[in-house]
Design a protein around this ligand. Structure first.
Ligand SMILES: Cc1cc2nc3c(=O)[nH]c(=O)nc-3n(C[C@H](O)[C@H](O)[C@H](O)COP(=O)(O)OP(=O)(O)OC[C@H]3O[C@@H](n4cnc5c(N)ncnc54)[C@H](O)[C@@H]3O)c2cc1C
Ligand SMILES: NC(=O)c1ccc[n+]([C@@H]2O[C@H](COP(=O)([O-])OP(=O)(O)OC[C@H]3O[C@@H](n4cnc5c(N)ncnc54)[C@H](OP(=O)(O)O)[C@@H]3O)[C@@H](O)[C@H]2O)c1
Ligand SMILES: Cc1cc2nc3c(=O)[nH]c(=O)nc-3n(C[C@H](O)[C@H](O)[C@H](O)COP(=O)(O)O)c2cc1C
Length: 592
């Protein structure tokens, strides 16, 4: 008799998720047809669908591919490359890999050990493996899709065979994903057709193991967001501050939206209507003209520019399309490889409106405008509330992006939507972006060290409230930094209160602009290095959140230096110690 798999109590799920999954599995296995070996069933492939993902996009696409492959009668299993080994990969005959890029062209944090092992000189050849790679990235980054590209090249160098050519997807990935899928499925069909018939696999549903790669499908996703009412909005910085950071609370009461401490909230943004109006005016286009969008279908040009297309940033691809439509030689000259740095300088702080003003008279057809613009993508915000302490609410901590360039005041699309164009009582489409790699330690008594300057404080406010609400006894140490104590001490009252009542065991502050030289969180870490190392030796988990470009790198370097000093060891040994923290899931980063 077929046994129904179940999710054990120690699997990393909440009781509700576990119960949902167990019900799901029971459903599948009760409705699955009785398994009797059919005579000469159609041949099928056993395919591993793997993903390297940090914020869930690659994981979501991998899920779709695994589902499609199963629907075609193949046996597809789904795994994250985090915790996966290259040895497991070469044991596969067929693998499909969807990989995003982070850092400066690197693998997502948890996937680095996998790739490092694969790159060891002694790594055996993979000639039995056939594989396909889809690389995800964002062309605003210099090292576009680099990890996917490196992985694809590495596997080819190890003698594995490509099932189909790699495709590099930009943020607006629907079309590239669809093309890659079509080629991949056709190639797999060819492989299947060329194989002799054999006994069918017992089920096209791969054995479900309780690994973190299973996520509970949420009803509200990026494509089906929840309309959440804004119920609180207040500045966390003072009027006279040089920046504006907001505390925002959305109601999810009565909805089935749920999250865990550490998750992020995705907000579907809308462009500034005044900018849309200016673009329409400068092109002499009517906003009511009908246009066709790849995903949303037919809509008005006004709606397309307001809700669906990215108009505030310029990319190389946009400039290329514009130059081609207008056969504009000046722009073609800017697009030659030798002019790369000039092109970057031009696109760095300009948007569509600048291109239209600088090179007028190019666009005559609204369809050309729509075709050249990338899709407007959701913005993520680390959730700063705790599901246990703030039931029915999602809080976020948002730094408002404003700057002036080329004689124009400019603003970040989503942060200014929240700051200037959304009042309490109004609603915005949101969804939860789970962040399974950024969780409180399972042991409620384990100490935690949180390093979160600026908006990096957000998930740590969530952690602190969550630990308090659940009576976790573990010690809590926060490093927080901002520009000035008088104007930018985010959540000052709450944090000082938690210090006073002992919930926050330690709080070290770095106000960078309150003296004539900069003081940053990593300076405070160094000052307290002996105690910090002691906490690590006591089993503390260390978390970093906030700016990826400078802060997270400097904090990482400081951590290495502290380990080196207190273990009196060489750099390599310190790196091994830090790697071990990562392997033990005790060093987590949520950086952006
Ligand atoms: C996992 C994750 C968690 C996050 N959590 C938070 C959070 O808790 N709080 C938070 O505030 N943000 C957070 N962010 C960042 C957030 O998602 C948005 O990127 C941020 O709010 C900016 O979005 P925007 O739409 O307002 O700006 P956009 O329209 O995206 O504009 C930002 C862009 O403007 C340009 N720009 C900005 N300043 C200048 C300048 N001075 N000169 C020239 N160009 C400039 C840059 O190209 C920049 O990339 C997080 C991001 C991720 C990925
Ligand atoms: N595009 C840009 O130029 C730009 C600039 C700032 C922030 N950002 C982005 O804006 C978002 C929100 O920023 P935020 O409000 O959270 O704050 P933030 O800009 O990250 O600043 C928070 C604190 O960190 C300090 N800081 C700066 N460099 C640091 C480093 N190398 N190590 C440690 N601390 C450092 C800042 O000091 P000082 O500011 O006094 O140096 C400030 O005191 C982030 O995504 C960030 O990446 C972009
Ligand atoms: C902090 C950060 C760094 C990134 N660095 C790169 C990069 O160097 N190159 C690139 O092509 N894309 C980069 N990206 C874009 C991501 O690869 C892209 O958004 C991808 O779709 C994310 O996939 P995921 O949701 O599966 O993690 C970066 C994104 C973030 C948030």
């Amino acid at each position: 008799m077929q046994t129904v798999p179940y999710i054990p109590d120690n699997a990393p799920f909440t009781p509700e998720q576990r119960s949902w999954l167990n019900g799901f599995l029971a459903g599948i296995y009760s409705t699955a047809p009785a398994i009797t070996p059919a005579a000469d069933p159609p041949p099928s492939l056993k395919i591993a669908v793997l993903y390297a993902s940090q914020s869930g996009t690659a994981e979501g696409l991998a899920r779709k591919v695994a589902k499609d492959l199963k629907a075609k009668g193949n046996v597809a299993s789904l795994h994250s490359l985090e915790g996966y080994t290259p040895a497991a990969l070469i044991a596969e005959r067929y693998a499909v890999i969807i990989a995003s890029t982070y850092g400066e062209g690197e693998a997502p944090d948890g996937v680095r050990p996998f790739y490092e092992q694969l790159c060891l000189e002694r790594f055996p050849c993979c000639e039995n493996l056939s594989y396909a790679v889809l690389a995800l990235g964002d062309s605003n980054y210099e090292q576009f899709c680099k990890f996917g590209i490196d992985l694809d090249n590495k596997l080819a160098a190890l003698a594995a065979t490509r099932i189909c050519k790699r495709v590099n997807c930009d943020v607006d990935l629907d079309e590239a994903f669809a093309q890659w899928k079509t080629t991949l499925y056709a190639s797999i069909d060819e492989i299947v057709a060329a194989r002799p018939a054999r006994t069918a696999p017992s089920s096209s549903i791969a054995v479900v193991s309780p690994t973190p790669s299973i996520a509970v499908p949420s009803t509200h996703t990026r494509d089906n967001p929840y309309l959440a009412q804004l119920i609180d909005k207040r500045p966390l910085t003072c009027d006279v501050s040089s920046k504006l950071t907001l505390h925002l609370a959305f109601s999810i009461a009565g909805s089935n939206v749920s999250y865990e401490a550490g998750d992020a909230c995705g907000v579907i943004p809308q462009n500034d209507p005044r900018l849309v109006e200016e673009i329409l005016h400068s092109l002499n286009f009517s906003g009511s003209v009908s246009v066709q969008l790849p995903k949303a279908g037919a809509t008005t040009l006004n709606d397309a520019l307001l809700n669906h297309l990215q108009i505030t940033r310029l990319t190389r691809k946009m400039v290329e399309s514009y130059a081609t439509i207008g056969q504009c030689q000046t722009l073609f000259n800017l697009l030659v490889p030798e002019q790369q740095s000039h092109l970057e300088k031009y696109t760095y702080d300009r948007g569509l409106i600048d291109l239209l003003h600088d090179y007028p008279g190019v666009l005559r057809d609204p369809a050309d405008l729509v075709a050249m613009l990338p899709r407007l993508t959701p913005r993520l915000y680390s959730i700063s509330s705790s599901p246990a302490a703030h039931a029915g609410e999602i809080h976020t901590t948002v730094a408002v992006v404003r700057y002036r360039s080329h004689n124009r005041e400019r603003g970040g699309v989503c942060s200014t939507l929240l700051a200037d164009r959304t009042s309490t009582g109004e609603s915005l489409p949101v969804y939860i972006q789970p962040n399974k790699r950024f969780r409180l330690p399972p042991d409620p008594g384990a100490p935690i060290i949180m390093i979160g300057p600026g908006t990096g404080i957000a998930p740590f406010r969530s952690f602190l409230h969550q630990r308090r609400a659940l009576n976790h006894t573990g010690r809590n140490w926060l490093f927080f930094g901002e520009r000035s104590a008088a104007t930018d001490f985010l959540y000052r009252d709450e944090l000082e209160y938690m210090c006073k009542d002992g919930h926050l065991t330690r709080m070290d502050l770095a106000f960078s602009r309150d003296q004539d030289h900069k003081i940053y969180v990593q300076d405070r870490m160094l000052e307290q290095s002996s105690e910090l190392f002691g906490w690590l030796e006591d089993g503390a988990s260390l978390y970093v959140c906030g700016d990826a470009s400078r802060m997270a790198k400097d904090v990482d370097a400081t951590l290495h230096a502290i380990v080196q000093k207190h273990r009196s060891c060489a750099r390599d040994a310190a790196a091994e110690y830090v790697q071990q923290l990562k392997d033990e899931h005790r060093y987590h980063r949520d950086v952006y």
